[in-house]
Design a protein around this ligand. Sequence first.
Ligand code: XIL
Length: 343
Amino acid sequence: MMGAALGAAATTALPGAVAAAPRIPIGAACNHYVLGTDQAYRAALARHVDVIVPEGAMKWDYIRPKPDAFDFEPAAPTAAFARLNGLQLRGHTLVWCTPKPGWLNALGSEAETAREMERHIPRVMGHYRGQVRSWDVVNEPIAEKPTSDRDLRQGVWLRHLGDRYIDRAFRIAADVDPAGERVLNEYGVEATRPQDKIKRQGFLRLIRELKDRGVPLTAIGLQGHLHGDLVIDTDGVSRFCQEVARMGLDVLVTELDVIDDKLPGDIAERDRLVARRAEQFLGAVFAGARPKLVCTWGISDRYTWVPTWFKRADGQKNRSLPLDHDMNVKPFWHVLQRFCRGA
Ligand code: XIL
């Protein structure tokens, strides 16, 4: 009797079965300027997320302010914080077409540019060996507003190495850590605007060409800087994710937030709309492929990059992230919980 009851229980789907589905790690970008001084911020990260990624400290601006030196100090507290709190650390980003240090932009030849890439990637990945297994190897390869599906972003890498700079970066990264996760990361591909559609097509074409050439990327990242006032092309995003999965690649959501400059001022209403937009996007992604990570670009509205570009005209603070200014969870957080933790 007892055995029969147990047997039935083991084979019957329980209402809570979703909760038993494997959790998807939730991540957040970490602001190294405030990590050391803001205790509430540290506590929020440690409490809520599984993964952190430095918002800036692993970019060339910080690691390579000068051509001859590698500076790992800016990211050191973030790496230590991850270790102490049992959080995974992701790497962002090894190669980007809009690098800040002037010396990098001023490189004058193919040989010099290739040499820098070959020096930088192994040194940086080597520094974090054993702690960082997932890297955004190439960030934002597609032109900001492409006019065709072959329009790549201009910059020092493309200028001197041509479009194969992407292949080269992934091959170097794969040599350093064959077992690692290597991500091609992009934004602006999810709304119903024509510019998003063409960018999505360009991204897909690029991914397909890389796969055809045997380039060792393992995943693609959808940054997911959503606009609260722009509807998601849910079919387009789902199909995109499905195609990517069919090519044997994983999908990651790497920089999710909801830009709220055009949303109403009322806070409850705005928080609801922000959550709804995130939900619409994640629903579309999950319908195409189960992502390996859902990472937001910050954890709390206290620190978000959004006002740098998208300040509100009414002077109110942006509310783009899962926690509010005082580290209280918002509806956006519950959306993440539902998708990633079945809660
Ligand atoms: C942003 C940071 O959030 C800012 O603090 C910094 O000033 C500029 O970069 N896509 C990316 C991220 O891949 O690296 C960007 O981060 C946001 C857009």
